[in-house]
Design a protein around this ligand. Structure first.
Ligand SMILES: [Zn+2]
Length: 129
């Protein structure tokens, strides 16, 4: 059983095959997005009050504690935790609408997903945590 967790409050973020995140737009509009909990699957459902165009920066927040999920080493990425059979990984994914880049990082290895994964290939960015 995969569990996706907020790195700040440990809330479980996935249900029914989806990762549920809240989104805050610069103009004050807020909504939720449903992302697939399958890494590399970029199908998404977005509240219909939110409109994104290719290249827009999406500000993801935890739906439980509202903390920003922005990855501090790179503002174009967002971060959650994943627990899979007792193994904890960091999941980092692109917060740019239309960009398909996902990284699963743990002590043993880093897995990459998505056709744009090579856009973030600085070999050190993910070790800086
Ligand atoms: Zn939280």
């Amino acid at each position: 059983m995969n569990r996706f967790l907020c790195p700040y409050c440990q809330a479980q973020l996935n249900v029914g095959g989806h990762l549920v995140l809240s989104v805050h737009c610069k103009n004050g509009t807020k909504g939720v997005v449903l992302l697939s909990d399958e890494l590399g699957n970029y199908s998404a459902d977005i509240s219909d009050n939110l409109k994104f165009n290719e290249g827009d920066h999406i500000h993801f927040h935890c739906p439980a504690c509202s903390h920003s999920l922005e990855y501090k080493e790179n503002k174009n990425l967002a971060r959650v935790l994943k627990e899979d059979k007792g193994v904890e990984s960091t999941i980092v994914f692109s917060a740019i609408f239309g960009e398909q880049s996902t990284y699963q990082i743990n002590e043993e290895r880093t897995l990459t997903f998505g056709e744009h994964a090579l856009r973030y290939t600085d070999p050190d960015w993910y070790r800086k945590n």
